[in-house]
Design a protein around this ligand. Sequence first.
Ligand SMILES: [Ca+2]
Ligand SMILES: [Ca+2]
Ligand SMILES: [Ca+2]
Length: 373
Amino acid sequence: MRKSAALLSAAAALSASSPAQQPPTPPGQLTEWLQRMQPIVPRGYVCQKTTTPPVIDGKTDDKAWETAAWTDDFVDIEGDAKPKPRFRTRAKMLWDENCLYITADLEEPHVWGTITQHDAVIFQDPDFEVFIDPNGDSHEYYEFEMNALNTGWDLFLPKPYKDGGPAMNAWEIPGLRTAVHVRGTINDPSDTDEGWSVEIAIPWKVLGEAARRTSPPAEGDQWRLGFSRVEWQTEVRDGKYHKLPKTPENNWIWSAQGIIDMHRPERWGYVQFTSNPPGTTSFIPDPSAPARNRLHEVYYAQRDFRARHQRWAERLPELGLDSSPSPGPVGVPIIHLTPDGYLCMVELQRPGHPTETWSIRHDALIQQLPRKP
Ligand SMILES: [Ca+2]
Ligand SMILES: [Ca+2]
Ligand SMILES: [Ca+2]
């Protein structure tokens, strides 16, 4: 974004002017947002409607999948800051009146898994993960993880962990169907495998529970969605795979987050749903992205400010942010303190559209406000 350099120096100046006797503050979240997260444009995918649903057996040889495009190859969660993943991962999506269908292919010379208990912490094994925020407000989103043994963990997040959200493991996906196909042998280090593939069918009925919009989606609707693969490096002892000690996992994902945290829904990809024939619909970049990005500058600057001052700022200059009008579609953010925290609003001018007002709350809830009558 145009203002990044000025904002960064302002943020640096602010932190440099902190009294020396104060305890060290965590790395600036505004800086992290501006340097590592905001520059990455979330990826987009056009999800076609299918007349014949895929058979959920883990194998991706269904006729239905032939016309669906692969996503881009997964990248490291931190994006270009980190090396390309060692093994290829990619996914496809389809939908019909009943379900959202997902398949993913994970290249893997050593397929293994240990967890067989539903709702256990699946990412302790190598896994495939899906995150879905239907209305893109960064609250009320679904997460599903599965390993190569087809053990699943479905959970609901009322809000991100950083904003105080609990993980609600008791949340379930009735009617969920999943399957794994291993190209090779699982848990057998004596040979080399090709990989594993998954197929997932999630009923729209469940996805509609906290969507706050129509489910299945209407033509052209875009839902925020993240895919992640957790990969552990292993060694073989006593004929079994063991994780390398003191070696963190790799997170390879569809649309890079910029930092190692999937629970920043504002960086997930966009899935655009269509009933049109394959190849006839283009992905439309989110027209609200400039407002969303500007509001997140304020949100992350407020988190830094609160860590230093134990209160929320009332004005942009306190946050080191420019409060003068700038050319472009986004107006100057206005902060209103509330009994709970704050609400920050910004106007968005889109050619041919009435002025929109977007807002972000202290707990990351981001949404368009209803138009005044
Ligand atoms: Ca299949
Ligand atoms: Ca939501
Ligand atoms: Ca569950």
